[in-house]
Design a protein around this ligand. Structure first.
Ligand SMILES: [Zn+2]
Length: 407
């Protein structure tokens, strides 16, 4: 199968022009007028190429190249919505690479296995709060009512916007099962560029755990209370943050910890605070290790409170366990890379993607293309066409090989 890079680039830049910003980024929020134009354009291309198009009740779009036998489809997908003033590659690359593969398949002997390209609704969570909404809805993570009732910052519901742009389709059209799901996405981080490798084979998505940590002490006068008399929760918070940070640094493994938010009471320059509250985000790709890391962090927090004679409280906000992708699909991508002499790096995704929820429905895998300077979710987002060509080639090759091996 021959990938036509010129055709892919033409479609890519046409898509990037929909909602384009002054600085060559894209502003295309889910279910906005720009999103509608992007969807309409994509469906025009699909119909012109003779593919079947269907839309489900969450506005997810499926473009299907029928197989010669009745089999579960191989599916390639991503999203067309962007964050405010985002880039051209996030999401679009995966959709349009899938579409290019679909078109290239028209030029070879017909496959028995159907192949579909899917566009998921509201992946970014930038307009309607839950990210990966369309893929989460069809895989049972979110109820239909939850999705329909979701409102944007202006109080407009998901359902009314879906109707307004004409994309409220049929429940019967939802993707239910597949032979395999592939998502090509930009890495959105600096690792592949640093490694000098053009493809990331994504073994899974790291788990994450969110907490609110609170230290309570005693509020006193900043000028009249000697240091040794104080029960200062700000000192405890600082100590805990430093101690956990140093512990993670010394681990030297894949553990990540972030304290992104902090507040104090009464938040006054000349008063020792009574209470300091901060957020803690812990991530690791291995479930057991992640759970262990959370426990250790909590122990360190309690130790600090004990030393300082303050009180600590660590509240669990949310836990997303790591996702492991299908090993045989990783092997398939790997052997396609090897066949073409293309280097790759096995890695975990640091961000959530639609593939994460598709993993609930069937065998799923992702591949990454390098992000220039690791930049993403901004107008500077970029990936070289030389690297994209390699990823699309490997993905196309893997789809054809899998299609011919399905019984
Ligand atoms: Zn994305």
């Amino acid at each position: 199968m021959e990938i036509n890079m010129k055709r892919l680039q033409r479609r890519f830049y046409e898509m990037a022009s929909i909602g384009s910003t002054e600085n060559e980024g894209v502003h295309r929020l889910a279910l906005s007028d720009q999103d509608k134009i992007a969807r309409d354009t994509f469906i025009d291309w699909s119909k012109q190429a003779g593919f079947l198009v269907r839309i489900d009740d969450f506005g997810n779009i499926y473009v299907r190249k029928e197989g010669t036998a009745s089999k579960k489809p191989i599916v390639i997908g991503s999203h067309l919505d962007t964050v405010p003033k985002g880039g051209k590659y996030d999401g679009s690359l995966g959709v349009l690479a899938g579409f290019e593969i679909l078109e290239s398949l028209l030029e070879i002997e017909p496959l028995e296995t159907p192949v579909e390209v899917v566009v998921f609704t509201n992946e970014e969570g930038a307009r309607f709060p839950n990210p990966m909404l369309g893929s989460g809805a069809i895989s049972g993570v979110f109820s239909k009512q939850h999705v329909y009732d979701m409102v944007d910052d202006d109080g407009i519901t998901f359902e009314s916007e879906l109707e307004r742009i004409g994309y409220k389709g049929d429940k019967a059209n939802r993707l239910k099962e597949f032979e395999a799901f592939f998502e090509l996405h930009i890495e959105q981080g600096p690792v592949l560029e640093q490694q000098g490798l053009p493809i990331g084979l994504v073994k899974g998505i790291q788990g994450l755990s969110w907490h609110t940590v609170q230290f309570t002490g005693e509020s006193d006068h900043a000028g009249t209370t000697p240091i040794s008399y104080r029960r200062d929760p700000m000192q405890s918070a600082a100590k805990a943050i430093m101690r956990i940070g140093e512990w993670v640094e010394n681990l030297g493994d894949e553990t990540l910890v972030t304290f992104g938010k902090i507040s104090s009471l009464p938040n006054t320059i000349n008063v020792i605070p009574s209470e300091v509250t901060f957020s803690m985000d812990i991530r690791h790709p291995n479930k057991k290790v992640l759970l262990r890391r959370i426990e250790t962090a909590k122990t360190l927090i309690r130790e600090v409170a004990l030393e300082d004679d303050t009180q600590s409280l660590c509240e669990d906000l949310s836990l997303m366990l790591p996702v492991l992708f299908d090993e045989s699909l990783i092997d398939l991508l790997q052997s396609s890379c090897q066949q073409h002499g293309i280097g790759y790096h096995e890695m975990f995704s640091g961000a959530g993607h639609d593939a994460m929820y598709m993993n609930n429905l069937g065998p799923t895998v992702m591949l990454f293309s390098p992000s220039v300077n690791g930049k993403s979710h901004c107008e500077e987002e970029e990936t070289s066409w030389e690297d994209i060509e390699k990823s699309v080639k490997v993905l196309g090759e893997s789809v054809v090989r899998l299609a011919s091996s399905v019984r």
